[in-house]
Design a protein around this ligand. Sequence first.
Ligand SMILES: NC(=O)c1ccc[n+]([C@@H]2O[C@H](COP(=O)([O-])OP(=O)(O)OC[C@H]3O[C@@H](n4cnc5c(N)ncnc54)[C@H](OP(=O)(O)O)[C@@H]3O)[C@@H](O)[C@H]2O)c1
Length: 339
Amino acid sequence: MEVLRFLRFLCEQRRPLPIPTTSDDVSSKVFMVVGSNSGLGLDASVFLARQKLKLLIVTSRDSTKCKQTREAILERTDSGNNEGTAVEAWPLEMNSFDSVRAIVDRLAAREDSQLNVLVANAGVLLDDNFSSTPDGWELTLQVNYLSTALLSLLLLPYLIKSSTADSPSRLAIVSSVAHYSGPKYLKGARTWDRILETVNSKRFAKGAERYCVSKLMSMMFVRELEARLPNPTPVVVCAIDPGMCQTKMLAKSPARSLTFFSRTAEVGSRTLVHAAIGDEARTMHGRYLSSCKVGEESTYIASPEGKEFSRRLWDETIQLLSQIDSRIPEVVEKYLRSV
Ligand SMILES: NC(=O)c1ccc[n+]([C@@H]2O[C@H](COP(=O)([O-])OP(=O)(O)OC[C@H]3O[C@@H](n4cnc5c(N)ncnc54)[C@H](OP(=O)(O)O)[C@@H]3O)[C@@H](O)[C@H]2O)c1
């Protein structure tokens, strides 16, 4: 990140963020927050549960964490009574494509299979050890990018079905200011045979590098999806930068020495809630939201080199995900335009 941008970022961190409000009737809507057992996902889920939604689906890696997460949310919202939001906790392990497919099947099996808002929040920032998932992908790449893309695309038909002209559905993917540092690791990418295989290799030695690249790739995914959705869109898709926040992740991050400038998890979670329920949803479409406003994404994304990378990445991603789940080609064919 350039020095000026970094200083602006630090100043921005100290400014209070508005408590999100909405003029939407959320009482008939179903929300899903992925990775809700801790940090931003937990605080966003508590806030949403207090809004008296029709249903809040929260996800955690396993059934024990699911039970604890649901109890923690109910305890903090008084939703244990019948008046509040119905809260269900579903297991989802993002290092497994099968787990992603299973949660989609679970939604599809519900009588109404309604889903109005998906907040794809789960993410990891790892140390420099290289860890692979059972599916054979580097862990950061799979959790932050590939599984997030698979979940988003498989849930797209349900988001579309649940949207109305007045109230589009929403897909909010949690990205990071770290995406600005992604391009410096992509030098020479034009010569790479395959982007995904290269990013999956030990050439990306450091955990922080892999994190920055994964967050840049998720921003590109948002842009590519936006370009392919019809206009006006039935689903508003956006990327969120929550800022630097006091969560488990920050404690492990190289930025932990800057804790003085960080937001509490509750304040940071407002950026997720804003994307999920904030007014004027259509102004968020395809955009990078920072401090609850449309912000400027890395200039690399709109550069000729960045566009070429992004286009190739999209093609490779769809090709890979189509091998993982046979519904992907149908989603692309039926719901997305070619560009
Ligand atoms: N905190 C910051 O300063 C900051 C800044 C920019 C962006 N972000 C982004 O904000 C999002 C939330 O992070 P956080 O700061 O709230 O950190 P966090 O407290 O570590 O929360 C991360 C969440 O993702 C879940 N998760 C991680 N790996 C998973 C997997 N394989 N399968 C399913 N769930 C998984 C975690 O579950 P477990 O507890 O089971 O691991 C947890 O619920 C992330 O996408 C992160 O990149 C954070």
